[in-house]
Design a protein around this ligand. Sequence first.
Ligand code: 5GP
Length: 188
Amino acid sequence: MASQGKLVVITGPSGVGKSTIVRDVLERTGASFSVSATTRAPRAGEVDGTHYRFLDEAAFETLRREGRMLEWAQVFGHRYGTPAEPVRKALGEGKTVILEIDVQGGLQVHAQCPDGTFILIVPPSEAALAQRLAGRGTDSPEVVARRLAKAKDELIAASESGVYKHVVVNDDLEKAIARVVDIINKQE
Ligand code: 5GP
């Protein structure tokens, strides 16, 4: 993909604090956020077109089949994907574009855009992640266990891939945000 702007993929397991970090990083860098398409239902407070494009299965499948997704993945029973056109447009305008996606999606992006910046956010420990997932209080113990198992698989896949050159530990939130901003600004 020819581009003047910078493509940044931020990934990490569910519950690691990616969304909080990305929100601040967007404010501090002025980067554009790639709004993903998803087949899951909106959560309270989520706005269509801002947080996600909420699509039904048929609409998602059409986009995917027509090759209009930069990447897509099945996560916890729902499909998520990055519509390619807005990313291409923003890059063409010289903007920095941030994709907040899962590990496997990031690997698909890397296959097409190896020059991007690939950042993996990790928890300080497995216990800390387990505590965080349970502490959200929104999921049953079964769902928490499933998320934790996926987190372990994702971290192994991410490190084995060698794609995520930047690993940021979310121990201290402010430091993690500052580190990600630094990576993007220096375009390491
Ligand atoms: P949630 O449903 O909690 O918003 O997101 C669940 C997971 O899907 C998170 O790990 C999130 O990063 C990932 N995700 C969100 N959008 C995309 C996307 O467009 N592509 C991929 N591959 N994963 C995504």
